[in-house]
Design a binder for this molecule. Structure first.
Ligand code: ADP
Ligand code: MG
Length: 766
């Protein structure tokens, strides 16, 4: 019987998991377009929220609006004209309100030519600018929507005018407009009226004074009369708060469960006998700071416990993370286990290797330390692998090669890993141990100062130790900004410092000049990380994030046209010119590992005065005698990167300097970054600023940080709700047998499973 299926599907009330194809007004073709936007089910569509709202109940009169405001205006189409200027066609539309008028202008908009006719009602939204005639205002490239008139059906009128109207980002083409979404979502909400299941416990909602899910979704899409427009725009209505809380609650609940599951797994219970303590004490070259003692205490407590450690050690550049990690590794070795340290680059791996050798010379045990990096030749690799496999090497330091070379440890006890490796790597440690052995402990180190609440969520499945104190005797780094024309004075200053037996870094954004511009990368042995760190340069995103990407990662530099000074060119120029007679070295990511190592060692031993480099020296390089960091084209670097680079100096007792040389054009946002660098040296303050300028997604790099893409929440904006969600999630997980009805508990777990499978699949720590 043809037709039955159709009738049937209309009669059935859609559920949240109904494929979006069966939602009224969608169908197979549209559902494909929606799938491209990640909208697969009725629920996905309902959680696609308006990105702004227009008050069409009480539209603002034009004569109330001041130039400079961003406003929504409703008026009548008076006339339009397509102007052919020499550069491009301009489409100009006059929108009238009584005796006032607003001129709307779109560039290159020939397609608008036949769209309007006099008498239509239109809503436009954009920044209002003054115009030459005093009774007229102007809007450039506003968003617009033609409003229904008396000839349209009642439902359309109901959704579009005389109310606070939701505006959605287009979901594709010119079909899935705001209007289409309003209608489709409205119909869906109507069909589901009274049938939408709740996913949070009712008692919880009551206690927190949050609306149920259905009410929240209805009010967020179609705000009731009287809702504050400011609260709507700020995502602060009860409806918004409810949906944000929901999203964060399930994130936190999932993280809490992960931590619990980890606690149930079998790890190694290391012993800390007097002998072990003595072994640690004997190698310490200085008195640890209070923060270092505390962090080590926390780490050792975990190591003694029966479940595997998963801990994050967070500390600003120079806070002394390395020594804490070495001490933890000594605990493992003293217990007869092997320890591994994985660094993000060969330079750092080598530096750690040398530091470990120096440090452990003092140890009475004299453990065997090996270095394994991708650039070793095959024979050497095989040899090192053998030493590790037979347990003849106790301390293994390396790069990603440790995983790639399929190293199997004899008795792996502790892995220390740089944060850059965290994701996609932690699970693989299991491959590095022999079957039937307990899981090694893992310590992740990060120099990214993350505000504590964010750290707790982003690394929520890790426990957190913070080094919030610098070793004593450091003097603040003097940071100055200098225009490019004054570079000669800077070189003069550098010479004076060298005369005082100090050393200097000069950093450039690219390796080589014209025709071969290439932002620095040092992921040569980790193609995946390289792909992540350096996506194909994209067009700048809309809005204010455009100039903010750190250079190496995102700034598009057209080959040969960047006009940027490069490390290779400047090395030649400086060596022959301003630094003639000094020992000048060159370091960049395209040198092979041996060359890099030789240069770094010579710099460390003071055989090089001035090291011309790219950002390859960025993280972790430790040469206390270096007191000057000069960064050319400083406007091109991201804030985090500038801070990391500056952290390469000020590591000894002598006064240090960071000189930021800027090029000709400095964007407003670059100004802000540079000013912040001059103003403060506090990594947490800079991180907060960076975060607020870039948003969490860009700040952490969604993929790199394993940060889920939130549908509603914004970690920066919603920090308070995040803390609340965390508290409530822990409470829920800890009291599963509270007096909640079983059905409510069951639906929380069901929702959790689904949310984690679909949305947070990325957060995965083995
Ligand atoms: P980061 O946290 O950036 O990795 P490092 O571990 O490289 O910092 O330490 C920075 C410098 O401070 C190193 O030269 C290190 O030897 C020194 N250092 C670390 N802890 C102390 C301490 N407690 N007292 C004195 N110097 C220290
Ligand atoms: Mg370090």
């Amino acid at each position: 019987m043809p037709g039955v299926a159709g009738t049937f599907s209309i009669l059935i009330v859609p559920a949240l998991d109904t494929p979006v194809m069966y939602v009224r007004g969608v169908g197979p073709r549209v559902s494909e377009m929606l799938a491209a936007k990640g909208i697969l089910t009725a629920e996905d569509l309902l959680y696609h929220l308006p990105f702004r709202y227009e008050d069409r109940q009480n539209p603002r009169p034009l004569d109330e609006i001041q130039p400079g405001e961003v406003a929504s205006v409703i008026g009548e189409v008076r006339g339009s004209i397509l102007l052919r200027t020499r550069r491009m066609p301009l489409f100009e539309l006059t929108v009238g309100q009584g005796n006032r008028a607003l001129k709307c202008i779109w560039f290159n908009a020939t397609y608008l030519k036949d769209k309007f006719h006099a008498g239509q009602t239109i809503a436009v939204h954009g920044k209002v600018e003054p115009s030459r005639s005093s009774s007229t205002l102007k809007m450039i490239q506003p968003q617009f929507e033609l409003l229904p008139d008396a000839s349209d059906d009642a439902e359309t009128r109901l959704l579009e005018v005389g109310r606070i109207t939701p505006v959605y980002e287009s979901l594709g083409g010119n079909k899935l407009t705001s209007r289409w979404q309003r209608r489709t979502i409205y119909n869906l909400l109507e069909q589901m009226r009274g049938s939408m299941p709740e996913c949070l416990p009712c008692a919880l909602l009551e206690r927190l004074n949050l609306p149920d899910r259905e009410t929240a979704l209805r009010n967020i899409h179609f705000p009731p009369e009287g809702t504050s427009l400011a609260e709507l725009q700020g995502a602060a209505t009860a409806a918004h708060r409810r949906l944000i809380f929901e999203e964060l609650f399930f994130l936190e609940l999932g993280l809490e469960l992960k931590r619990r599951r980890m606690r149930e797994r079998l790890g190694i219970s290391f012993a800390t006998t007097d002998k072990v303590r003595e072994a640690i004490r004997e190698v310490l070259p200085f008195h640890p700071t209070t923060a270092q003692k505390r962090a080590l205490g926390e780490i050792v407590t975990d190591m003694r416990g029966p479940s595997p450690m998963r801990r994050l050690l967070q500390g600003d550049v120079g806070s002394g993370k390395t020594i804490v990690a070495f001490q933890a590794m000594l605990v493992a070795m003293e217990n007869g286990y092997q320890a591994a340290l994985m660094a993000p680059t060969e330079i750092l791996a080598t530096q750690h290797f040398l530091a470990a050798r120096k440090l452990l010379e003092r140890s009475s045990r004299k453990p065997r330390i090996v270095l394994l990096t991708g650039s070793l030749d095959d024979d050497r690799k095989r040899h090192v692998r053998g030493l590790i496999n037979r347990g003849e090497a106790q301390l293994v330091i390396g790069t990603h090669a440790l995983i790639e070379e399929k190293v199997e440890f004899d008795r792996l006890g502790l892995v220390v890993v740089d944060e850059q490796h965290r994701f996609g790597v932690l699970q693989r440690f299991k491959l590095m141990k022999k079957p039937n052995q307990p899981e090694p402990d893992v310590l992740v180190m990060t120099a990214t100062p993350i505000p504590r609440t964010l750290a707790l969520s982003l690394y929520g499945d890790l426990d957190l130790s913070v080094l919030d104190e610098l070793p004593p005797g450091r003097t603040p780094i003097v940071t100055r900004r200098v225009a490019g024309e004054k570079a000669d004075e800077v070189w003069g200053f550098v010479r004076k410092q060298i005369a005082l037996k100090r050393q200097a870094y000069i950093v450039y954004p690219v390796i080589e000049g014209t025709g071969d511009d290439q932002p620095e990368l040092d992921f040569s042995h980790d193609p995946e990380a390289a792909a992540e760190a350096a996506p194909v340069p994209k067009l700048p995103r809309k809005g204010k994030t455009a100039n903010l990407f750190p250079l190496a990662a995102q700034e598009a530099i057209p080959a040969g046209k960047s006009g940027l000074k490069s490390a290779v060119d400047m090395y030649e120029k400086l060596r022959k010119g301003p630094f003639a007679g000094l020992k000048v070295g060159l370091l960049h990511g395209r040198l092979d590992a041996d060359e890099k190592e030789i240069i770094m060692r010579r710099f460390q031993r003071g055989e090089i005065d001035v090291l011309v480099s790219t950002t390859v020296i960025e993280v972790g390089v430790d040469v206390p005698n270096a007191t000057v960091m000069v960064i050319e084209h400083a406007e091109r670097f991201g804030l985090a990167q500038l801070h990391q680079l500056r952290g390469r100096v000020g590591r000894g007792a002598a006064k240090s300097y960071c000189i930021l040389i800027t090029g000709a054009r400095v964007s407003e946002l670059a100004e802000e970054r540079l000013n912040a660098m001059v103003r403060t040296q506090d990594g947490f303050e800079l991180a907060e600023l960076d975060l607020s300028m870039r948003g969490p997604g860009e700040f952490f790099g969604t993929r790199q940080a394993g940060l889920p893409d939130f549908r509603v929440a914004n970690l920066l904006r919603d920090r308070k709700l995040l803390e609340l969600a965390k508290r409530e999630a822990t409470r829920f997980a800890n009291h599963p047998d509270s007096d909640l009805p079983e059905t409510e508990k069951a639906r929380v777990w069901a929702r959790l499973k689904e949310a984690w499978q679909r949305r947070y699949g990325l957060v995965e720590a083995g």
